[in-house]
Design a protein around this ligand. Structure first.
Ligand code: NAD
Ligand code: WQD
Length: 336
């Protein structure tokens, strides 16, 4: 199967391309490089022995998309391309809605024109409301707290409407919890620009000496050790979830929603200690005030993905930290 992977040089997209190639499928990558580097393609080739076609361009460019779908004989799309910084989305909402929502609408329009019926989309656990006790299944009421989360939920709704209007379309939203980790080869991983917003990339930059100490946001949450609890999922498990979701949905029209998580919550201190074990030293940290908008604790109920896709996570937080450390120590400044 030939698959267009938008955002395929990004963190999750690149790991998914490796899994698609392993499965014998052929990814074709479209990425604007707004948040990734083209050298990722070399790494995909080095790991798999196969160099996927790469087109630099924007998902909002309908002419380019149309040509691409037809010239490459694309049969399905995995749509990762989007902006993902929550704080930035609060400051620049129109940029987020234009990129994430308008970009997805253009993509679905062109898919319709070209007769491409299958799409798997990067949604997020951030679409769920904040009032439900964990674990969160797919029926938890949605009520995202920021423009980024709302942009994801809007696309989920649009996909459901498209699938309802055309009974031959298969539209699948995957709601990721907290993706972390790196390819076990150490050749691919997360490479944020500037100061990382998220826990794992920040921790790994402390470990490699690029940052002084981790600031732990809050020590009085209603959790066993007082620090925030999340469901961390290894990016390779997440990538395999895309392969499973695509294999399933390509045969089954409709709108499908799956949570992709481990079903287990870990605290910030759990992650700090696991990372210390992986890199062989205790990492410096300070307690800082809570970060605005953060919740105490949530994790996935991943039963629907297990029962329907036969997918579940295989990797532990020790695997996540060891693989992140291998990537970060071999590539202290990220991709060239
Ligand atoms: P990433 O920034 O590494 O990858 C996204 C890629 O999309 C980048 O390579 C970027 O250059 C590209 N891109 C952005 N806008 C584009 C456009 N208009 N046209 C073409 N390319 C464009 O992010 P990621 O962590 O790999 O996330 C992938 C997707 O998963 C995103 O949609 C994100 O919102 C979603 N998601 C991420 C997380 C997470 O914690 N990483 C969690 C839930 C959902
Ligand atoms: C995890 C825990 C922090 C950094 C974000 C997005 C969400 C989704 C996944 C895309 C929390 C604590 C963090 C630091 C810390 N992305 N922390 N010091 O906030 O759960 O989710 O990524 O869809 O939309 O909001 O992830 O990694 O930022 O935080 O103490 O320097 O680590 O308070 O408890 P989060 P995170």
């Amino acid at each position: 199967m030939k698959i267009l992977v938008t955002g395929g040089t990004g963190y999750i997209g690149s790991h998914t391309c490796v899994q698609l190639i392993d499965k014998g499928w052929q990814p074709v990558i479209l990425d604007s490089l707004v948040n990734s580097k083209v050298s990722v393609i070399d790494r995909i080739e080095s790991i798999t022995g196969h160099r996927p076609p790469f087109i630099q361009g924007d998902v909002r460019d309908a002419d380019l998309l149309g040509k691409l779908l037809l010239e490459h004989g694309i049969e399905a799309v995995i749509h990762f391309a989007g902006l993902k910084a929550v704080g930035e989305s609060v400051a620049q909402p129109l940029r987020y809605y234009d990129n994430n929502v308008h970009g997805s609408v253009v993509l679905m329009q062109v898919m319709q024109q070209c007769g491409v019926k299958t799409m798997v989309f990067s949604s997020s656990a951030t679409v769920y409301g904040h009032s439900s006790a964990p674990p969160w299944n797919e029926q938890v009421p949605t009520s995202p707290a920021n423009p980024y989360g709302r942009s994801k939920l809007m696309v989920d709704h649009i996909m459901a409407d498209v699938a309802a209007a055309d009974a031959t379309c298969a539209m699948t939203s995957l709601r990721y919890f907290n993706p972390v980790g790196a390819h076990p080869s150490g050749q691919m991983g997360e490479d944020p620009q500037g100061v990382p917003n998220n826990l794992m990339p920040y921790l790994s930059q402390v470990a490699v000496g690029r940052r002084e100490a981790l600031q732990i946001y809050g020590k009085d949450y209603n959790t066993p050790d007082g620090t925030g609890v999340r469901d961390y999922i290894h990016v390779n498990d997440l990538a395999k979830g895309h392969v499973a979701a695509l294999a399933y949905s390509h045969e089954r029209p409709g709108h499908h929603v799956f949570n992709l998580g481990s079903g287990i919550g870990h605290s910030v201190l759990d992650m700090l200690h696991a990372f210390g074990k992986a890199c062989g030293r205790d990492l410096p940290y300070n307690f800082a005030p809570r970060r605005s908008g953060d919740l105490d604790a949530y994790w996935a109920d991943p039963q629907h993905a297990l029962n329907t896709l036969g997918w579940q996570v295989e990797k532990t937080i020790d695997d996540m930290c060891q693989d992140t450390w291998r990537w970060q120590s071999q590539n202290p400044n990220g991709y060239p």
